[in-house]
Design a protein around this ligand. Sequence first.
Ligand SMILES: Nc1ncnc2c1ncn2[C@@H]1O[C@H](COP(=O)(O)OP(=O)(O)OP(=O)(O)O)[C@@H](O)[C@H]1O
Ligand SMILES: [Mg+2]
Length: 235
Amino acid sequence: MPLLKVSNIVSGYGRTEILHGVSMYVDQDEIVTIIGPNGAGKSTLFKTIMGYLIPSTGNILFLEEEVAKLEPNKKVERGMAYVPQLENVFLSLTVQENLEMGGYSRDSKKVREGVENAYDTFPVLKEKRNKKAHTLSGGQRQMLGMARALMTEPNLILIDEPSAGLDPRATEAVFNQIKNLHKEGVAIIIIEQDAYRSLNISDRGYVLAMGQNQFDDSADRILNNDQIREAYLGG
Ligand SMILES: Nc1ncnc2c1ncn2[C@@H]1O[C@H](COP(=O)(O)OP(=O)(O)OP(=O)(O)O)[C@@H](O)[C@H]1O
Ligand SMILES: [Mg+2]
């Protein structure tokens, strides 16, 4: 049984249906990449998996339980974490306050340990611990967003466009952290415009377009598929 199994999800905003029956899964030892054109519904899929949107039909099984109608905080308690595409940190709070907020549901000892872990993983955040998040660079914010999501010790993390707005060096650093998380046993789903980079560290990939599954395969085979390369990876 996969860690997460999404089956035939129909979801959207009010009466506007965006996902018309999307399915996917991730195993505990996997990194999975989702690619697809702007507006395909990728972020909508993450919002639905996390519980910010409730699907009108379809199933979301997490750790073998139906969770489609659970609120986001309940899903976090069960081991899901989410780094949104935008607004993934509280800009008016300090780095340290952001991390503490990420662990709000845990006891204070766990929170302290989590913060220390975050500083070990992302030393730059330690240097900036008392700075407001709005003073961070894009890459540092992205790291803070990830570190905050990790405060709950998730077994699955959904990361929406980790490289957006980052220069090559920051992108490299963020992807290295993603690889480290995977080594520690966290399952990861990445939505990414830089499809080559993301598929290169992934086990499998999905192509989503117009709110539907277009294609899925091992990451290797997607990278070597001429038609998919032409259509979705810029040739
Ligand atoms: N809050 C919202 N209310 C209404 N419609 C929305 C909302 N957010 C997104 N949409 C619409 O849903 C569709 C899918 O958007 P979504 O953000 O899921 O796409 P995406 O695949 O993540 O695109 P991108 O690659 O640009 O991030 C788009 O047509 C978008 O206009
Ligand atoms: Mg998006």
